[in-house]
Every structure is written in structure tokens, then in C-alpha cells.
Design a protein around this ligand. Structure first.
Ligand code: GYE
Length: 318
């Protein structure tokens, strides 16, 4: 449709009447600046897709930035959102600490900040409005409880751990929840623990290194599915059977994990829901409407053992 001169003039006149001439003609469109962690995992890809789709469906104009797992890139993106005077900033903090300066800048510019997926540590909780995401400590507990119930026998159980990105909330909390549950069970011991940065490539590399020095491993606990899938390749290359010789436990429950479970190579995946987009867009609107929000909004999630994989697979959305 062509915009006639008259309709432009009447739009300007309407703007004058409403006193909003400084605003764009589609005055109601909110702009959201979103600083994403990166594209390190299947979970993250689904999370990004959900945010982009939901913004579109909600009529929110989205400025999206990918930090490639680097905090400095996220800080730069947030500063650029401030300079562009977006209405709301949301971000998934790659690590927990080091955000106070940039968030104080956002506060001074009166731009509300929403945390998604990962939490931060700060002495000043007024630097963000709310945090929406999963309870990672609980996910770690669920992983350990499954292990205590399913790894039978009397002997020692040597566990190797593939941690997420160093300093990230999911790595810190998934470790904490898991350790909390196994503390009272002395036969379960974490014998090796290293970061695999939440990627398949790193998960494979670190598992290879573990297996080179020590084959006496009964359980692998990976902080996400991608690292577990990478490690499965390393285990097979070492001539062992993943899911049988080594029990494998991971977190996220993405489709790749269901495929590995259906192939009998992954024993269980604890769910972590990445589809935060629709909820985030509602929160963006609520924040702009001045609604009071709880400081923490948790997503609900389950546990999927191998035996349930084939039945659940068709229902999976990520
Ligand atoms: O588990 C992992 C991703 O922060 C919950 O980040 C997220 C984690 C997710 O890379 O796969």
C-alpha cells in the first residue's frame, strides 16, 4: 500500500494531538534489546528461536546480539542498546559476576533490565527488574537422585563430570545441586571434573583426555546434552559402550538427547526448558505497563529416562 501525503500529514497531526510527535508513527511498538550468550548448544539455538518468534508474534521490535560466549561482547551489546535508547534490555548473562557497572549505566538511562535463563550475583538487586529461568540447583539434584536410584550395586561409583562454562550460573548450580545429594552416599565419588564449555567439541575433547588417564569410570555427569553427545563419541572411540559401560546423565532434554537415548547411548536427561520467548515478551509488556513483578520467575520441568524416550520424542518441541 502506498502512503499518501495526506495520510502522512494526518498521522503527524494525530501525533501532535497525542503529544507524541517525537515517537515513531507506530507509537506503540516496543523495542527490546536482547544480548544472547552465543550459539553453543542445541538448547541455545532453541532459546534464540523462541525469543525471535515470540517478539514477532508480540509485535515487539527486537535488536538481537550474539556474544559468542564472551562477557565483553555482551557488555558492548548492552552499551549499544543503551545508546540506541531501546525500551527494555534483556540478556542471558554468560557468567554470574561483573555486571554492576554496565547495569548501573542502564539504570541511569532509565532502561529496565530483565535477566533470562541465567542469574547474576550483585549487591544491588535494583539493577534488574526480574529474572526468568530454570532452577539449575534443582536440576543438579534431580540428576543425582536419578543416579542414586538407578546405579545399583555396593561398590565404589567413580563419576566424571563435564562442567558447563566456567563461572556461569548453570555450571555453578548444577554442580552444587548434584554434590548436595551425593554427599550422604560415600560410594559415589566425583573423581574428575573439568569444563567442556557446554559444547560438543569440548565435551568430546575433555572426555578423551579423561579416558586416556583412567578407564575406571562408571558414570558421566554432563551439565548439558551437547557435552554428553560429544563424550559419547569419545567413549565409542575408546572401544567402550556409552550408556552401558558408562552410565551417562545429562541436562536439557533436547532432541539430540532423545535420539541418543533411543539409540541406548544416553541413560537420562533432566529437562531444562529453553522456550522462554513468549513469557519474556509478556514480561516486557508488563514492565513497560508498570506492573509489579516477582524478582524470580521459575520454569517447570521434568526428568526423562531412556525408557521413556521413544514415547516422548514426538511431543518434544526443541
Ligand atoms: O543448559 C546449555 C546452554 O544456560 C540453561 O546453557 C542454559 C545452558 C544450557 O549452553 O546447553
Amino acid at each position: 500500500m502506498r502512503t499518501s501525503r495526506r495520510s502522512v500529514i494526518s498521522a503527524i497531526a494525530a501525533g501532535l494531538v497525542a503529544g507524541t510527535l517525537a515517537m515513531p508513527i507506530s507509537a506503540s511498538a516496543l523495542t527490546l534489546g536482547f544480548a544472547q550468550v552465543g550459539a553453543e548448544s542445541e538448547w541455545r539455538t532453541a532459546n534464540t528461536g523462541s525469543i525471535k518468534e515470540a517478539a514477532k508474534a508480540a509485535g515487539i521490535s527486537l535488536k538481537f546480539s550474539d556474544a559468542q560466549q564472551k562477557q565483553e561482547n555482551q557488555i558492548k551489546a548492552i552499551r549499544s542498546f543503551i545508546a540506541q535508547k531501546v525500551d527494555v534490555i534483556a540478556f542471558a548473562p554468560v557468567v554470574t559476576t561483573g555486571w554492576d557497572t554496565v547495569l548501573a549505566e542502564a539504570k541511569r538511562a532509565k532502561i529496565p533490565v530483565i535477566l533470562t535463563d541465567r542469574s547474576i550475583e550483585t549487591k544491588d538487586p535494583s539493577l534488574y527488574v526480574t529474572m526468568i529461568g530454570s532452577d539449575f540447583t534443582e536440576e543438579g539434584r534431580k540428576a543425582a537422585k536419578w543416579m542414586l536410584e538407578n546405579v545399583k550395586g555396593q561398590g565404589d561409583v567413580n563419576i566424571v563430570e563435564l562442567q558447563g562454562t566456567v563461572g556461569s550460573a548453570p555450571a555453578i548450580e548444577r554442580k552444587k545441586g548434584f554434590e548436595e545429594v551425593i554427599k550422604s552416599e560415600p560410594r559415589f565419588k566425583i573423581t574428575r571434573s573439568q569444563t567442556g564449555d557446554f559444547t560438543r567439541a569440548k565435551g568430546k575433547e575433555v572426555m578423551e583426555a579423561f579416558l586416556k588417564t583412567d578407564k575406571n569410570i562408571q558414570v558421566l555427569y554432563a551439565h548439558n546434552d551437547d557435552m554428553a553427545i560429544g563424550a559419547i563419541q569419545a567413549i565409542e572411540a575408546a572401544g567402550m559402550k556409552p550408556g552401558k559401560d558408562i552410565t551417562i546423565i545429562s541436562i536439557d532434554a533436547v532432541k539430540g538427547a532423545f535420539e541418543a537415548m533411543m539409540a541406548g547411548k544416553l541413560n537420562v536427561s533432566v529437562e531444562c526448558n529453553p522456550l522462554l520467548g513468549p513469557q519474556l515478551m509478556n514480561i516486557v509488556k508488563d514492565v513497560k505497563a508498570g506492573k509489579q513483578l516477582p524478582k524470580r520467575i521459575n520454569t517447570e520441568e521434568g526428568v526423562f529416562p531412556m525408557e521413556t524416550a521413544a514415547k516422548e520424542f514426538p511431543n518434544r518441541k526443541y
